[in-house]
Design a protein around this ligand. Structure first.
Ligand SMILES: [Zn+2]
Length: 487
């Protein structure tokens, strides 16, 4: 796991800036070229040995047209190919999930599909409908190959990234041979970056000294130059004992299966910012309508004045970023508190990508934050568990917030309350977290069990437990006062 350390340069002359911008531009065009040629299905042929592309380009002088020193375009090719690789492996994982859950295929057919997903060159032949010899283990087996090949083709297309790299991302990567760092006699740190002309480096003064040994990314932002370095993170295991499940709280960041809540008032924080954004955007739309009106009338000057005074992007995005950082900090603090206070050995979560939080978020919050929040929370959880040596288990969350953790009955969730006809009012998030905790060791419900099937299983269990007198204690045993313990 890596984190990014930022360093800054200052006092760059205009000509140095120009040269760096030119490198970034050409570098991006190499990336786009590679991406267009190999980012799609044809790239499968190169997955196992990407260096082939470099070799071909050197042999045919193809890369000359980019006007970059060889190290630069090679770096760009490598960068894109590692993206392409991770696109494919993400895609493969999703396709595997799809196939696993798909009832239309036999076990042998699934096995065959998984086999192809591991052999990229065969997969290429399969989804471009070329003939190839069936691997030995699948001979004499009844497999509808055409059907599987077509399916794999359509899924591959769906999960491949199609957007090209944009030129507004003005950055490029350099390896250790493409820069040098030294201190001058006044103690200032300088970095020399390989330029467009051989043996002539672009020298820049850095704000702080650094001991860079690996790849750097040069990021250009207007007149500012940032130098990003990925650094390995030290893992510090907390050596926890307990198993804990968490649920996104109704108004908190998370609720633990211990019953404790972290990051109270989180929804208010989100709501404040989403309302602000909504209000701001309303105003901006009104102003835009006004400037459009002036432009239609031919009064460009007036339109420009209004735009300049009211539609400044910098301040708008600056404020947005500041507020977003506040939200991020809040999430991180809450997760840190959870880990330091409960010290879990195992942390159970639902698969946040497939989670529906419609009932937990208000309209504006949903509009501005729903998908961002899932992504960010997932990423932070992954990061924190890694950092603290906690084992993470992802469980199937289907109906986890709709059944009572005590008796398995379907209940009604309303806001932060859950109603069970036997056990009365429970805290909804705590109840869900406890259900996720049991899911971890559920013999029948795995992450791959389809939603509908989960419901069938739960209903069947309920039917069996109604027949079984052992459960009658739970059914009738608790008094009103005991119930409130769970609220
Ligand atoms: Zn119950």
């Amino acid at each position: 796991m890596k984190k990014t350390i930022k360093n800054y340069c200052f006092n760059a002359t205009q000509s140095k800036l120009n040269e760096l911008y030119e490198i970034a531009l050409r570098y991006t065009s190499v990336k786009n070229e590679v991406f267009q040629r190999y980012g799609s299905i044809s790239g499968l042929n190169y997955l196992s040995y990407p260096r082939q592309i470099r070799n071909e380009w050197v042999k045919t002088n193809y890369a000359n047209k980019f006007g970059l020193q060889a190290r630069y375009w090679k770096q760009a090719v490598d960068e894109v190919f590692s993206n392409i690789k991770s696109n494919w492996s993400n895609g493969f994982r999703k396709i595997k999930n799809n196939i696993y859950k798909n009832k239309n295929y036999t076990e042998v057919e699934k096995h065959y599909a998984f086999y192809l997903l591991k052999a990229s060159i065969l997969l290429y032949k399969a989804i471009t409908f070329q003939s190839f010899d069936l691997p030995e283990i699948f001979k004499d087996k009844d497999i509808r190959r055409d059907k599987i090949h077509k399916y794999l083709k359509s899924r591959s297309r769906k999960y491949l990234r199609t957007k090209s790299y944009q030129n507004k991302n003005r950055s490029f990567q350099i390896d250790r041979n493409m820069y040098d760092i030294h201190k001058d006699n006044k103690g200032r740190t300088w970095i020399g970056i390989m330029g467009l002309t051989p043996r002539k480096r672009v020298r820049l003064q850095m704000t702080s000294s650094t001991e860079s040994t690996g790849n750097l990314r040069i990021v250009l932002k207007g007149k500012h130059i940032e130098i990003h370095q990925a650094e390995d993170i030290q893992v510090n295991p907390i050596e926890g004992k307990d198993k804990r499940a968490i649920d996104k709280g109704f108004s908190e960041v998370i609720t633990s299966s211990s019953g404790r809540k972290y990051g109270e008032q989180f929804n208010q924080l989100l709501k404040k910012e989403s309302d602000r954004l909504s209000e701001k955007n309303k105003k901006r739309n009104k102003i835009r309508a006004l400037t459009d009106k002036y432009e239609k009338k031919g009064d460009i000057v007036k339109s420009e004045i209004i735009k300049k005074n009211n539609l400044g992007k910098r301040k708008y995005f600056y404020q947005k970023e500041i507020n977003l950082n506040e939200i991020k900090q809040f999430i991180n603090l809450s997760l840190n508190r959870f880990i330091t206070e409960e010290r879990p050995a195992v942390m159970v979560t639902e698969d946040l990508r497939f989670t529906n939080w419609n009932k937990k978020l208000s309209k504006n919050v949903k509009r501005y934050f729903s998908s961002w929040l899932k992504g960010y929370l997932q990423e932070r959880i992954d990061y924190k568990v890694m950092l603290n040596g906690v084992q993470q288990v992802v469980v199937n969350s289907a109906y986890g917030s709709q059944i009572c953790h005590l008796c398995g009955r379907f209940g009604v969730r309303n806001g932060d309350k859950f109603y069970c006809e036997v056990h009365g009012v429970l805290d909804a998030d705590h109840n869900a977290a406890l259900n996720y905790l049991t899911r971890m060791s559920d013999p029948d419900i795995t992450v791959y069990t389809p939603y509908r099937k989960v419901k069938d299983i739960l209903q069947e269990r309920l039917r069996l437990s109604n027949q079984d007198s052992r459960y009658s204690v739970i059914k009738t045993g608790q008094s009103e006062s005991e119930r409130t313990d769970y609220v």
